[in-house]
Design a protein around this ligand. Structure first.
Ligand code: B12
Ligand code: SF4
Ligand code: SF4
Length: 384
């Protein structure tokens, strides 16, 4: 006999334990999810909006719903860990000599931090359920990489709602929650789903530099700077290079402009995600000089290490070309000989951009000198 009466206390203590482990948001969703979200995933995949992320399509039947992945899953414990920034994520937009790393990647790798806390919470639950007369239970923990739709599950569990930028927005934590999930065979009472509070706002749609939203609540990943700088392996398509600006890993623009961020409690942010000093505003000159060993050393323990030196330097070259800092010319020239063809191609492009910028600058200066000279001859007509 299962001691049903123990469930409310377990639910309360589970939440307290989750908070002790560093989670800022906790909710419960049923293991059976409605088919609407699954249908939208299918439409998204059929339209090819996942680009080269073949892994999104590969296990779609598992991804569609918790029960599709694990038929015994009765409930989902959805969890959010805050990485609310204290500085303005868009502050470096006007600093072309520096690269912009998105907020989520400036501190510890969330995969490690969230997974560790999820495992600790799952162990707690596995120990507590039988102790409270609820019998032996099974659990599986997920963060990011498994075929799990974390945002819809977070919404179903009441953590917030999926905003028009498609990410989960929380009333207490704004756009800045990492999500994770524990699937369990234990049946827990579900929380009410989060209600959409976007209203008539379109700030995130208007802010996107690459026009990556074909419609509100839909993202074409192939156009998203986060995808282009992190997931995309080959040369970055030319049509997006200018719009990338100095973003060298991910993009925060649609998140940063969300008005709900003004309620984000920065005190709730997990300390592990505080920005590392060297990643908050890195100089492109230093990043362009990285070799494999230097890259691994600088980015050890961060999510950036995953993309490897070549893809990262490719991104920095795009930023260098866009920034127009002639001081980077020698470094860029050197990278034209790089053994990686994608790096070499990006260097070639950056060099053309830098040269064009220097030429434009010289022309601009010539025009200024000429107009200053003619102004001088107008104001001193008798001196000629
Ligand atoms: C693939 C992926 C990406 C891809 C594609 C993003 C995307 N929107 O799908 C790329 C590489 C672009 C990406 C970028 C980012 N990502 Co990402 N990503 C994922 C991943 C692995 C899967 C997401 C997924 O299932 N996409 C498939 C689409 C179809 O799902 P969906 O967006 O939920 O689609 C829903 C809506 O679009 C809606 N919908 C579709 N059509 C329609 C039509 C109508 C009318 C309506 C109403 C709704 C609707 O229904 C769909 C189903 O509910 C998750 C981790 C995970 N396992 O869940 C992290 C995840 C979503 N990413 C995350 C983060 C932090 C980011 C970035 C902010 C990183 C950065 N700073 O660069 C950006 C944000 C870009 C953005 N605006 O989405 C977090 C989001 C946390 C949160 N609070 O939501 C996650 C959950 C990782 C984590 N564990 O924390 N990501
Ligand atoms: S992350 Fe950047 S590029 Fe991607 S959708 Fe948001 S604003 Fe657009
Ligand atoms: S910026 Fe506006 S539309 Fe976009 S998610 Fe936030 S509230 Fe919704």
């Amino acid at each position: 006999m299962v001691n049903e009466a123990a469930i409310p206390d377990l639910r309360r203590d589970l939440e307290a334990e989750a908070r002790r482990l560093g989670f800022a948001a906790v909710g419960i969703a049923p293991g059976a999810q409605d088919g609407a979200r699954a249908a939208r995933l299918d439409t998204w995949l059929e339209a090819g909006m996942h680009g080269e992320m073949e892994w999104m399509a590969a296990r779609a039947s598992h991804r569609r719903s918790p029960e599709g992945l694990w038929s015994e899953a009765k409930s989902v414990i959805a969890l959010g860990m805050s990485y609310a920034p204290t500085a303005d994520p868009l502050a470096l937009a006007g600093a072309p000599e520096r690269g912009r790393i998105s907020v989520y990647a400036q501190g510890a790798d969330y995969h490690d931090t969230v997974k560790k806390a999820l495992k600790a919470l799952a162990r707690w639950l596995v120990a507590e359920a039988p102790r409270r007369g609820l019998g032996e239970i099974g659990v599986k923990v997920f963060v990011d990489t498994a075929p799990v739709m974390e945002k819809p599950l977070g919404e179903a569990a009441g953590l917030g709602w999926q905003g028009k930028h498609t990410n989960l927005v929380s009333r207490e934590h704004g756009s800045w929650l990492f999500l994770g999930a524990i699937y369990t065979t234990l049946e827990l009472p579900a929380d009410a789903p989060g209600a959409d509070r976007c209203g008539s706002c379109t700030a995130c749609q208007a802010a996107c530099p690459t026009d990556a939203f074909p419609a509100p609540y839909q993202l074409d990943a192939r156009r998203c700077i986060s995808y282009l700088t992190i997931e995309h392996k080959g040369p970055i398509p030319h049509e997006f290079r200018k719009a990338i600006g100095n973003r060298i890993y991910g993009c925060d623009d649609c998140l940063a402009v969300c008005p709900w961020n003004k309620f984000a409690q920065t005190a709730a942010a997990h300390r592990a995600f505080l920005p590392r000093a060297e990643l908050a505003a890195p100089r492109l000159a230093e990043l362009l000089a990285l070799d494999d060993a230097g890259f691994r050393k600088l980015f050890a323990g961060t999510p950036i290490k995953r993309i490897g030196r070549n893809r990262f330097v490719r991104n920095c070259l795009i930023a260098a070309g866009n920034g127009g800092d002639a001081g980077l010319r020698a470094l860029v020239e050197g990278l034209r000989e790089d053994s990686d063809p994608v790096v070499a191609e990006a260097a070639e492009w950056a060099l053309v951009e830098l040269s064009a910028r220097v030429l434009r600058q010289a022309q601009h200066e010539r025009v200024l000198v000429q107009s200053a000279m003619s102004a001088a001859s107008v104001s001193h007509p008798r001196s000629s």
